[in-house]
Ligand binder design. Structure first.
Ligand code: HEM
Length: 124
């Protein structure tokens, strides 16, 4: 039988529907992050929903619309410092809690996101 994806294991679209709004609610009020994000987070939340779905092994929604993710390049216009990387991960961790993502999936997902977030830093 096929291995079940992390996406399916954490509850699929129903969990994304909780995770993504919970994340941007925090991003939108975090003092380290508001200077680089737009005031209206609707569009970035929509893109993150598509990306995260694909990143966790669900349907490739992001690439269907946006092509190759090229995430580091897409983040170059924004100053991503170590402090902002930590803030992003803090918001995500709290959102993952709120979305009821449980162990062992919680740790595995956070580990993958931590590696990706490190890769996004572009400013000392
Ligand atoms: C877009 C910040 C990490 C996925 C953005 C934008 C900012 C941002 C400012 C653009 C908002 C706009 O459109 O004006 C950050 C910061 C990070 C971080 C401070 C800290 C390390 C990540 C990580 C992921 C990610 C780890 C994926 C797991 C995305 C996606 C977009 C985006 C998918 C939309 C790209 C597009 O335009 O298609 N991010 N980001 N980001 N971010 Fe991040």
């Amino acid at each position: 039988s096929d291995a079940i994806s992390l996406y399916e294991a954490i509850g699929g679209a129903a969990t994304m529907d909780k995770l993504i709004p919970a994340f941007y609610e925090r991003v939108g009020s975090h003092p380290a992050l508001t200077p680089i994000f737009p005031e209206d987070l609707t569009e970035v939340a929509r893109k993150q929903y598509m990306f995260m779905t694909q990143f966790l092994g669900g349907p490739p929604l992001y690439s269907e619309e946006r092509g190759h993710p090229r995430l580091r390049r897409r983040h170059l216009p924004f100053e991503i410092t170590p402090e902002r990387k930590d803030a992003w991960l803090e918001c995500m961790k709290a959102a993952m809690d709120e979305a009821d993502i449980e162990e062992p999936h919680f740790s595995f997902m956070l580990e993958r996101l931590t590696m990706t977030a490190h890769h996004m830093m572009n400013t000392p």
